[in-house]
Design a binder for this molecule. Structure first.
Ligand code: GLY
Ligand code: MN
Ligand code: MN
Length: 448
C-alpha cells in the first residue's frame, strides 16, 4: 500500500489529468465554527479537501494548475504560517515549508498570500475549476480574484473563459474507494462493531439510554477513533420508531428492545451500524417475529450487492421480503392493500418502512456520488461497481394505530451494515457484532 502522502498526490494527479490544459482548480477546507463566544466546535476538515491533501488544518486552500505544453502540472498548498505564539495556545501547525514536504506538494505558501498569488495564477488561465456554493466566503474571494484579473485586461491579460464544477469530478472519484480508503473504512467498521458489542454486553433494564451511549463513545475513543461519525441513536422501546432520535435520555424498561444506530470516524472515514436487541437479553415472541423478518430482508438486500446490479435492486430486494412479511403478520390487511405486488406498487409498505435501504458511505456518513446513471436519457438507477461502498439497512417501525396488531405496537427494528462492492459480490466491513437471534441471546447471557 502507498504511504498516505503518495495516496493524496496520486489523487491530485488524477484530477489534474482530467482538467483542461493550463486550467486552475481551487478548493478550500472547512472553516472553524464557534460553539459560543470564543469556544470552537471540535474542528473537522472538509472531506473533498482532505481527499486531495490529507491535510487537516483549518485556513487551508489547495490550488492545482494543469500542465500546459512544456509547463508541468503543479499542486500548491496555502496554509497557516508558523506562529510560535499561537502554537503555545493552540498547538502545532505545520507551516508551508514543513507541510509541502510532509504532504508532497510542489509549492506551499502562507494563506495570507492567497489573494495576491491567485490573481497571478488565474491570469491567462483558460479555465477555472471550483466548487460554487460550497463556501460563500471562498466564492466571494474567487469573484474578487476574477475581477482583479479582468482589470488587467488592457495589459493583454485574459481571465478564464470557462468555469467547471470541481465537485462533479470529485464526486465520481470519491464514489469508487481506493485500497487506502477501504482499509480505513474497515477500521472504522471494526471499531464501530466493537462499540456495539460493548453496548450490547453492558445493557441492563433500568439503565438510561445515555449510559449506553457512553459505552459507545468509550469504545470509539479508546481505539483511536477521533469522533462519532454522526450523533449516536440509542432508542429504547417506542423511541425506536423515531428515525432520528438522538435525545438518548429515557430509562430503558425490562421487556423492551434497544435500537442503536452509531458509528465512529477514523482518520476521516465513517462507520455506520445499527443493531437492535432486547434490553434483558431475551426477545419476546412478537419482537423475535419482526426481528427475523428484518434480518431476512437484510440478507436478501445484502445478497443483491454485486457488480452490475442496479443500486435500486438492493432496496427492491428488502421491500419484497418486508412487504410479504407485513401481509403475513397482518400489519397490512390484504383486503385493503391487495396482493404483494399491489402493496409494493402503491407503497403501502411505507407505513412501516419509510426510509431507503441504504446510502453511499465513505468520508461522509451519507457520502457523495450520484445514484443514477446520468449518461442515459432515462437516468436509471446506477449499476454497482467494485469499490463502491454503501450501507444496507432495512427496518420496520410500528406505531400504535387502529387495525395494527397490538402485540407489535411500539416495536422499531433496524439492522445496518457497511459493505464494499468487490469483483464478485460484497465485503461486509461491520460483521464484528452479532445479529442472529440465537447469537445475540447467547452473547447477552454470557455477559451477565
Ligand atoms: N446513521 C444514519 C443512517 O443510518 O443513515
Ligand atoms: Mn446509514
Ligand atoms: Mn445508521
Amino acid at each position: 500500500m502507498m504511504p498516505a502522502g503518495a495516496v493524496h498526490a496520486d489523487r491530485r494527479a488524477r484530477v489534474l489529468a482530467q482538467m483542461q490544459p493550463g486550467a486552475v482548480a481551487v478548493l478550500g477546507t472547512a472553516p472553524e465554527v464557534m460553539r459560543n463566544g470564543d469556544s470552537p466546535y471540535p474542528y473537522r476538515h472538509d472531506s473533498y479537501f482532505y481527499y486531495l491533501s490529507g491535510f487537516t488544518e483549518p485556513d487551508s486552500v489547495l490550488v492545482l494548475v494543469a500542465a500546459l505544453d512544456a509547463r508541468p502540472a503543479r499542486a500548491i498548498l496555502f496554509c497557516r504560517a508558523k506562529d510560535p505564539d499561537h502554537e503555545i495556545w493552540d498547538g502545532f501547525r505545520y507551516g508551508p515549508d514543513a507541510a509541502r514536504t510532509a504532504f508532497g506538494f510542489d509549492e506551499a505558501y502562507p494563506v495570507d498570500e492567497l489573494d495576491h498569488r491567485m490573481v497571478g495564477m488565474l491570469s491567462n488561465a483558460p479555465a477555472l475549476y471550483y466548487a460554487p456554493g460550497h463556501s460563500a466566503a471562498l466564492d466571494a474571494q474567487i469573484t474578487g480574484w476574477l475581477r482583479g484579473v479582468r482589470a488587467l485586461g488592457r495589459t493583454g491579460v485574459t481571465a478564464p473563459a470557462t468555469t467547471h464544477h470541481l465537485l462533479v469530478l470529485l464526486d465520481e472519484m470519491r464514489l469508487l474507494k481506493d485500497a487506502h480508503e477501504v482499509e480505513l473504512m474497515a477500521r472504522a467498521g471494526a471499531i464501530s462493531a466493537a462499540a456495539h458489542a460493548r453496548a450490547m454486553r453492558a445493557t441492563r433494564p433500568g439503565m438510561i439510554e445515555y449510559e449506553i451511549e457512553a459505552e459507545l463513545l468509550h469504545e470509539f475513543r479508546r481505539n483511536g477513533a477521533q469522533a462519532p461519525a454522526y450523533s449516536s441513536i440509542v432508542a429504547s422501546g417506542p423511541n425506536a420508531c423515531v428515525l432520528h432520535y438522538i435525545a438518548n435520555d429515557r430509562r430503558i424498561l425490562d421487556g423492551e428492545l434497544v435500537l442503536i444506530d452509531a458509528g465512529c470516524e477514523v482518520d476521516g472515514y465513517a462507520g455506520d451500524i445499527t443493531r437492535t436487541y432486547p434490553a434483558n437479553g431475551r426477545f419476546t415472541a412478537p419482537q423475535r417475529t419482526l426481528y427475523e423478518l428484518v434480518l431476512r430482508a437484510q440478507a436478501a438486500a445484502l445478497a443483491a450487492v454485486r457488480p452490475g446490479q442496479r443500486y435500486s435492486g438492493i432496496h427492491e430486494a428488502a421491500v419484497q421480503v418486508l412487504t410479504e412479511g407485513m401481509l403475513e403478520l397482518g400489519l397490512l390487511d390484504q383486503r385493503k392493500v391487495g396482493s404483494i405486488d399491489d402493496a409494493i406498487d402503491t407503497r403501502a409498505f411505507a407505513r412501516f418502512y419509510m426510509h431507503g435501504t441504504g446510502h453511499w458511505i465513505g468520508m461522509d456518513v451519507h457520502d457523495v456520488g450520484v445514484y443514477r446513471n446520468l449518461t442515459l436519457s432515462d437516468k436509471p438507477s446506477r449499476a454497482l461497481q467494485p469499490g463502491m461502498a454503501l450501507t444496507v439497512e432495512p427496518g420496520i417501525y410500528v406505531r400504535p394505530a387502529d387495525g395494527v396488531p397490538e402485540e407489535y405496537w411500539n416495536i422499531g427494528i433496524r439492522i445496518e451494515d457497511d459493505v464494499v462492492v468487490t469483483d464478485t459480490g460484497a465485503r461486509i466491513l461491520t460483521d464484528g457484532v452479532p445479529k442472529d437471534v440465537a447469537e445475540i441471546e447467547a452473547w447477552m447471557k454470557a455477559a451477565r
